[in-house]
Design a protein around this ligand. Structure first.
Ligand code: GLC
Length: 554
């Protein structure tokens, strides 16, 4: 382990050390009281985010969409879906955020459109080989009469990755049938997506989160691939499938880099790329490509000091080689929330959803570890993402009824894969209001689009904001110390007093010593150390950091 590691960067761009808060609009805050969150809801909670101390927000898709994959199936990239409001709502929200010094990142979904997109509707009525079909991945079938799919690729959500149309051709969809893959070899597709980038840049957005950034280019000849791939888990397989992480994909991001650099104000791109090993991931953030790539290796490390340490070390090393910041994340709208994962018997496992039939987490233990993991992440050099509700210590809904689940991954696997609904449950704002205040002023007949568990009362924002010792209070203080000490721009030095193999992670940054205890024995604090922040009031006793705790010391 090399002793000192930093984000080796000319850190004058805002995003290099930013704390960015992910908003999943349908589940954040519902202003028009129909049970689904919206842009006015986001707007009215901006003061809450300002007070929390985040630098930016990233909004999951709010564009026109039949919502077959909760908006990751876009029918028109330039229109706000009425479910979320209209363009005035967007502009108003953007202006308010900017006036508070909060930047705004929007989601771009370039790998596929919705089947409702006008291009795809045109393609369906056009003939095989036509220009309209060339925008997508149409192929003739295999088998004697073309009755079999063109190859054996499986959808990430389960089932075949091909669907046959009336004239017997097949089209590729790495995700749901209703999410046809675009043909990125076609210049028209490239031009259109660059025009979409410009459309939102002109409106004033500060950046884009690029959905499935590693998926746009498919290997020549679409060769068979025998392993089913999953987005959200480490495959442990460093050879990418023929539909992910192809070298030619980088040309696209070089071109987008040029689009962004024509604008003022350090606009940025962050890659959602589930790519291994770290060396391959950091190719997406070479100086002439994107600015950030989510560090899913850290997310997948789980509650385990040795795994966290090696992920941090590898990331900082690879980030250094390409002069990019590391970008940390613990949870998002595709993963079981980390405070729930950490409450499982094996806190390094990564289930694809949890139902009542599965092992249930120890909620208090998971929360204690989740808070400690926040202190672990927020003192690291680089940028950090918070998923809405992380700052409340919100757990996954682990007992959602099958009848209310909406994730296409659940539906396409007949429930074999539980899916992602459990981390998408609407945020509790007020403990004693119907729907925990998610839809303010809604009549009794309106309930949140996914039911909230009873336990959400204790996590509600109004129970935590301004309450000493709450999870919200911990996050707010951590963000404030992080900003004051410029931890995101700092240099990490491993202290090596304790070994990660003993369950203890320990590093210095910005004059702080960070101590994290994932082991089973208490760890003595250094003589004379002063406590700046501790993950839980009872995490320190008898001068020692207890298991499942973390502390920032001076
Ligand atoms: C990304 C999104 C996920 C979506 C998928 C298909 O992984 O984060 O929510 O289902 O892409 O667009």
């Amino acid at each position: 382990m090399s002793l000192t590691q930093s984000t080796p960067f000319q850190l004058n761009q805002w995003w290099a050390d930013a704390v960015i808060y992910q908003i999943y609009p349908r589940s954040f805050s519902d202003a028009d009281s129909n049970g689904v969150g919206d842009l006015q809801g986001v707007r009215r909670q901006l003061p809450y985010l300002e007070q929390l101390g985040v630098d930016a927000i990233w909004l999951s898709p709010f564009y026109l969409s039949p919502q077959a994959d909760a908006g990751y199936d876009v029918a028109d990239y330039r229109v706000v879906d009425p479910l979320f409001g209209d363009m005035n709502d967007f502009d108003g929200m953007l202006a308010d955020a900017h006036s508070m010094g909060i930047r705004v990142i929007v989601d771009l979904v370039p790998n596929h459109t919705s089947d409702n997109h006008e291009w795809f509707r045109e393609a369906l009525t056009a003939a095989p080989g036509s220009e309209a079909r060339e925008r997508y991945m149409f192929r003739d079938g295999s088998g004697e009469n073309g009755e079999l799919p063109p190859n054996n690729w499986q959808s990430i959500f389960g089932g075949d990755a091909w669907t046959q149309v009336d004239d017997d051709q097949w089209y590729l969809h790495l995700f749901d049938t209703r999410q046809p893959d675009l043909n990125w070899e076609n210049p028209e597709v490239r031009e259109e997506m660059e025009s979409v980038l410009r459309f939102w840049l002109d409106r004033g957005v500060d950046g884009f989160r690029i959905d499935v950034a590693h998926g746009l280019i498919k290997a020549d000849g679409l060769p068979d691939w025998d392993t089913k791939s999953s987005m959200v888990e480490g495959s442990g397989n460093t050879k990418a499938p023929p539909y992910f992480d192809q070298d030619e994909v980088h040309e696209i991001y070089r071109s987008w880099n040029k689009v962004l650099s024509a604008y003022d104000g350090d606009r940025m791109l962050v890659a959602e790329a589930w790519v291994e090993p770290a060396e391959r991931l950091f190719r997406y953030v070479r100086p002439d490509e994107m600015q950030q790539a989510f560090n899913f290796g850290f997310l997948l490390a789980g509650w385990d000091a040795a795994r966290m340490a090696s992920s941090v070390e590898e990331s900082l090393e690879e980030a250094g080689k390409v002069r990019a910041p590391a970008t940390w994340v613990l949870s998002n709208h595709d993963t079981v929330r980390h405070s729930t994962r950490y409450g499982l018997l094996d806190p390094t496992t990564f289930p694809k959803g949890i139902s009542a039939a599965n092992e249930q987490p120890d909620e208090d233990l998971g929360l204690a570890r989740g808070r400690a993991a926040a202190l672990t992440m927020l003192a690291l050099p680089g940028s950090a993402y918070i998923y809405q509700g992380d700052e409340l210590g919100l757990p996954e809904h682990t007992t959602l009824d099958a009848s209310v689940r909406q994730d296409p991954a659940f539906l396409r696997t007949n429930g074999e894969e539980i899916g992602r609904d459990g981390c998408r449950v609407p945020i509790p704002w007020t403990a004693d209001a119907p729907g925990y205040g998610f839809s303010a002023g809604a009549p009794d007949s309106v309930s949140p689009w996914l039911p909230q568990p009873d336990s959400f009362a204790r996590y509600a924002a109004d129970q935590q904001v301004g309450v000493e010792g709450s999870t919200h209070d911990l996050y707010r203080k951590a963000l404030s110390v992080r900003a004051e000490r410029k931890l995101g721009q700092g240099t990490l030095t491993w202290t090596n007093v304790h070994a990660p193999s003993d369950g203890v992670l320990s590093y210095r940054n910005g004059g702080l010593t960070v101590l994290v205890n994932t082991g089973t024995d208490a760890v003595e604090l250094p003589q004379g150390a002063g406590v700046v922040l501790v993950s839980q009031p009872d995490a320190i006793s008898n001068g020692s950091l207890q298991p499942n705790g973390a502390v920032w010391l001076v």
